[in-house]
Design a protein around this ligand. Structure first.
Ligand SMILES: [Zn+2]
Length: 149
């Protein structure tokens, strides 16, 4: 069985189905390659009855996205914004194939998540350093006060 071209995090458009859902776009929040299904955020909703599992939880009816056949959706290229068939292109180092837009050639497997995580981690450590310096200064001030006494 060929592997599914739709992956979690992709934006896809529903290309077949009833008028209510056809043409709508959403983000894939789960992909199930074994049964060729994807779950799209906010689309193909089904009313689901929820039973409260504890006192804090409210029961009731919620709209939950239902899995949709991956063949009913097309990947939307983040660069050209068009629905596209997924092609495969070699990475710059020629070591592996990545998914690419057949219309504009943009690589779809962008590793944005990693760089974003790195950036935010760097920010956090800078903030921490600042806090440490501030705490140190405070401590110094306190010491001076103690000396004066
Ligand atoms: Zn494209």
């Amino acid at each position: 069985m060929s592997s599914m071209n739709v992956k979690r995090g992709d934006v896809v458009e529903i290309i077949v189905g009833d008028e209510k859902e056809k043409g709508k776009r959403g983000k894939v929040i789960a992909a199930h390659p074994t049964d060729n299904k994807v779950i799209i955020e906010g689309l193909n909703l089904v009313k689901k009855h929820i039973k409260p599992r504890n006192a804090q939880e409210k029961g009731g009816i919620v709209d939950q996205p239902r899995p949709i056949d991956a063949s009913n959706v097309m990947v939307v290229c983040p660069k050209c914004g068009k629905t596209t068939r997924v092609g495969h292109t070699l990475t710059a180092d020629g070591k592996k194939f990545v998914r690419a837009c057949k219309k504009c050639g943009a690589v779809l497997d962008v590793k944005e998540d990693k760089s974003t995580a790195k950036k935010s981690a760097a920010k956090t450590s800078t903030a921490k350093t600042k806090t440490t310096t501030a705490t140190k200064k405070k401590a110094e001030t306190k010491q001076e006060i103690t000396k004066e006494e």
